[in-house]
Design a binder for this molecule. Sequence first.
Ligand code: ATP
Length: 479
Amino acid sequence: GAADRAEMDSVAQLNEYALKKHLPLDYKVLGHEGPAHRRTFTMRVVLNERAYPEAVGNSKKEAKQRAAKNALECLLESEQQAPMRRLSLKNSHAEINYIGIVNHYCQKKGSSPKYIEVRRCGPPHDPFFYKLELDDKEYPVGEGKTVKEAKQTAARLAWNDLQEQSDWDSQVSDISGQDASNTHSHSSALASLDLIYSSYCTTHDATTNDKFDPLECLGSGGFGSVYKARQRLLQKLYAVKIVTCQEKCLREVGTLSDLQHPNIVRYYNSWMEDSAYEGDTSADSSDSAATFLYIQMELCQSKTLTDWINKKNSESPPDSKRREESLSIARQTATGVEYIHREKHIHRDLKPANILFGQDGAVKIGDFGLVTGDDDDGSLMDRTVSHGTPTYMAPEQVRRKHALLTPVCPPCFTTLLHFLQTREIVLDIIITFLLSFLQKVLIESMLCERPEGRPEASEVRAELGKLSDRKSPLESVTV
Ligand SMILES: Nc1ncnc2c1ncn2[C@@H]1O[C@H](COP(=O)(O)OP(=O)(O)OP(=O)(O)O)[C@@H](O)[C@H]1O
């Protein structure tokens, strides 16, 4: 009836949406139940590598229609949650000025790119083919409806190859004549950011207002760099993370777009360029040579909790407010972790370097690159083992390496954060402060090797709340 038609429309609508946005769309059968004549099927939509809520139907067709409906509802909801825009995979090859990027690279390298027409035959509407020659090396042939488009494609393919080269970083730093490779890669990346943004924003109406001026590089991680950038229209400051797109980064974006909490770095938008999709949603994903993933986030202060701890440790005499501030940071972190767990995620790399502070000083948990779902397949140990940073791993993961922990752990307060590893806490702290009996009990319980023996993040938060109402032995002596 009408309901069926509505559901039919859902499949059609979702197909249309995916086609228009060039997003890979897949329907996964999760299982079936019951005898053959009364069998029910469970299915879910996976759109652009994102899984949507599952749906049950009396036939595969029905389950598919309902799954499409669920996905559409989620998409609609996320569209309405501006500015929390979800990852949108835009087929922006044509919008990114790869010729400009390659030119910029060549300029720095002191070499000149040559675009060579490969073959041109048939009637005038036939495509053009160009390849880029650089330093006597030829890069893959690019195709386009116009000469410009073919050259852009050739530049993109060359740019992808150039980045794959094992000596990519050193090449870029060598050409600058600077020994600090980082400095140069940063300025080069800043220029690329500017180029990419300029060309991207002038041609893509959805992001016309999102033009950014890159201001400075805030730091680099294993997968890319984070820049302070000013949105031109509103003159607002953001942090923009640019990464060569990998699974870890997509996971980070996927998670951040799900989470909205005062103690979690706020995500605003992200976009990527992926050469696997040329409007062909059935493209083989193994063929995907992703280039850049941009993640627009709230701009936090440049100092992390690591810096905070180091500063406090260097103060003499010790800061009398330290205990109070420590408890407040730990409480806010616990609140953030409680929320992450409630949303069925596990951070897996919680450590002072990944705890930032917002402009107002509030704690902001960041770097969700190792995040995992707590309903994923596999045991907790399987999912957490060999992930994270050894000093901050959960106790059961490092039980044979306790000797490592105590001396290596940053002194004082920091270990109060360890409970954050999926209820698992590592240790320490005890060294620096004269902790009250309650504090000791709390920390010891958080250090329990059995995950089930450790308190939930919510319990830790509550205990920390109680502790912050008490005066420390140190304070009672000094006051
Ligand atoms: N939203 C932000 N605001 C301000 N600075 C940030 C923000 N996000 C990250 N940074 C800073 O940028 C630097 C690089 O961060 P990034 O997340 O890329 O790497 P990482 O966490 O150091 O390493 P990896 O990604 O390899 O785990 C870090 O010093 C971090 O403090």
